[in-house]
Design a protein around this ligand. Structure first.
Ligand code: ADP
Ligand code: MG
Length: 198
């Protein structure tokens, strides 16, 4: 089984992934946990460029394709082999975020990004997609470190990201769950547990 979790920065993805991994382990799952972009050597180098090298200018298309390149390596080297070994794969973000940030909020047609995504993933979709939905102003309050970037892009941009997630999540795979991420950490975890456990 392949599970992904998504939502804007500060929505609680890392917090909920920690809890979900603990839960799945306690239910006997062998786990493989990844982050997208990243997780492979080339993926982590691409991640560094995408998230931290503001001195390297990237046009929107290059940015979209770098995410895809990282994801192609991730699927090929890590996700597909782990699934073949019968492990449960959990990923912090996947193709959906690429569609939303570079598409819905970034100006590239979302359906084109889904198409490029099929090349990067060889058609592999998460079985279950979890979307943590949070108003950007609350995410803004939760994270200190991201504030510069948030302020630079502006609240209107993050409203587009939020509505893009809500609009695109049905296309991410066969099953998805949208969770109101203003709830307590425990309430969110319980909702995820009900969705993920048989
Ligand atoms: P993400 O990985 O989506 O960026 P994090 O899990 O790092 O989000 O959470 C961002 C911040 O918000 C952290 O300080 C975390 O402790 C806090 N947080 C996470 N979930 C909740 C919640 N449900 N209610 C309040 N604060 C939360
Ligand atoms: Mg995180």
């Amino acid at each position: 089984m392949f599970i992904t979790i998504d939502g804007i920065d500060g929505a609680g993805k890392s917090t909920q992934l920690d809890l979900l991994c603990e839960l799945l382990r306690s239910h006997g799952h062998r786990l493989a946990r990844f982050r997208d972009p990243g997780s492979t050597p080339v993926g982590e180098s691409i991640r560094e460029i995408l998230l931290h090298r503001e001195d390297i200018p990237l046009c929107g298309t290059t940015e979209m394709l770098l995410y895809m390149a990282s994801r192609a390596q991730l699927v090929q080297d890590l996700v597909a082999p782990a699934l073949e070994r019968g492990e449960t794969v959990v990923s912090d973000r996947f193709l959906l975020a690429n569609v939303v940030y570079q598409g819905s909020a970034g100006g590239i047609a979302p359906n084109l990004i889904w198409q490029v995504g099929k090349i990067a993933t060889k058609g592999l979709e998460p079985n279950k997609t979890i979307l943590l939905d949070l108003p950007p102003e609350i995410a803004f309050q939760r994270i200190q470190r991201g504030q510069d970037r948030l302020e630079k892009r502006g609240l209107a941009y993050f409203e587009k990201v939020r509505s893009g997630f809500l609009e695109q999540v049905p296309f991410a795979g066969p099953e998805h769950l949208i969770i109101d991420a203003t709830q307590s950490i425990d309430a969110i975890h319980q909702a995820i547990a009900r969705f993920v456990l048989p």
